[in-house]
Design a protein around this ligand. Structure first.
Ligand code: C2E
Ligand code: MG
Ligand code: MG
Ligand code: MG
Length: 292
């Protein structure tokens, strides 16, 4: 199309492309300086056991406290980083932040499991496992078993053989793995069977719709059965109400996470939230599972 419209069109596209590249570099350097300026931080969202409401751990979620735009979530900025060196730098930073926070909690008597989201390019670094284990070694009083890593199906399935080696090395030290957003990627059952992961994390799109959509409920049900058939644990994300929790319990899911339990919160709010959660015994008010 551009060819037919003559040379001026090329000129237009070049300008547009240059503009995009400039914007990209601008955003990338803005984000790098955000990290240096201490504008990036982590929020933590609890995960609970569906059977008794016990808090089983937290997921660390990246935030950018932007001086003009306020608190930004990853969808606003993470994509710019994809495949860049800054993504790896940020990934390292997240790990070290989380470990420091876990050590801080430990000193306050709270031994908490925390999971971290890992990007495809992080996982595919040859020395990913070595670096992670080195970072862990700086905190001898933390157990590697307190650390969970969440991978997108797609991330784990690129360069499968290498990913499996990385997973096995980390798991030999007790670190656990979950496949995030499960059901939205393209993993075949045979890949899945060979992937050394401990947990499936059902994508929130299926979970949040399952009360109205029988199809989504069937998908959730199938993933839970799949996990159990392969001796994997299973967690549902996107649990927005207690009714979601009740249905998941009925479907025999192990754990859940979502706004219905708690929104992601600053690290400083976690201990108060945990006390209130236990005191309120919210779980006792959960409707008991209805027979089908
Ligand atoms: P994710 O790992 O699947 O995380 C779940 C997302 O769902 C989070 O969004 C969380 O705030 C949100 N969420 C939790 N409960 C509910 C709910 O009940 N309803 C709805 N509608 N949403 C809920 P967030 O924090 O914006 O993160 C988005 C994605 O960004 C994450 O998806 C993860 O893939 C990525 N991400 C977050 N932090 C990091 C990080 O440190 N490193 C990397 N590589 N990726 C990260
Ligand atoms: Mg996640
Ligand atoms: Mg997810
Ligand atoms: Mg997601």
């Amino acid at each position: 199309l551009a060819k037919q419209s003559g040379k001026n069109r090329y000129h237009y596209y070049d300008l547009a492309r240059d503009q995009l590249i400039r914007e990209y570099h601008h955003q990338l350097s803005r984000l790098t300086s955000a990290l240096e300026q201490g504008e990036l931080l982590l929020h933590y969202q609890p995960k609970v056991d569906l059977r008794d409401g016990q808090v089983t751990g937290l997921e660390a979620l990246l935030r950018w406290q932007h001086p003009e735009l306020g608190l930004l979530t990853p969808e606003n900025f993470l994509q710019v980083l994809e495949g860049s060196n800054a993504e790896l730098v940020l990934g390292q930073w997240v790990v070290s932040q989380v470990l420091q926070q876990m050590e801080h909690w430990r000193q306050q008597g709270m031994v908490l499991d925390v999971s971290i989201n890992i990007s495809a390019s992080q996982l595919q670094q040859q020395d990913f496992a070595d670096k992670l284990l080195q970072q862990l070694a700086r905190f001898p009083l933390l157990s590697p078993a307190q650390l969970g890593l969440e991978l997108l199906e797609t991330a784990a399935l690129e360069k499968v053989a290498q990913s499996i080696q990385t997973l096995l090395t980390c798991r030999a030290h007790g670190i656990r793995f979950a496949l995030d957003d499960f059901g939205t990627g393209y993993s075949s059952l045979s890949y899945f069977r060979n992937l050394p992961v401990d947990m499936l994390k059902i994508d929130q799109s299926f979970v949040s719709n399952m009360l109205n959509s029988p199809e989504d409920r069937n998908i959730v049900d199938s993933i839970i059965r799949l996990a159990r058939a392969f001796n994997r644990e299973v967690i549902a994300e996107g649990v927005e109400t207690l009714a979601h929790g009740a249905m998941l319990l009925q479907l025999d899911c192990h754990y859940c996470q979502g706004y219905g339990i708690a929104r992601p919160m600053p690290a400083s709010a976690v201990s108060t939230w945990m006390q209130q959660w236990q005191q309120a015994r919210v779980w006792e008010n959960m409707p008991s599972p209805q027979p089908e």
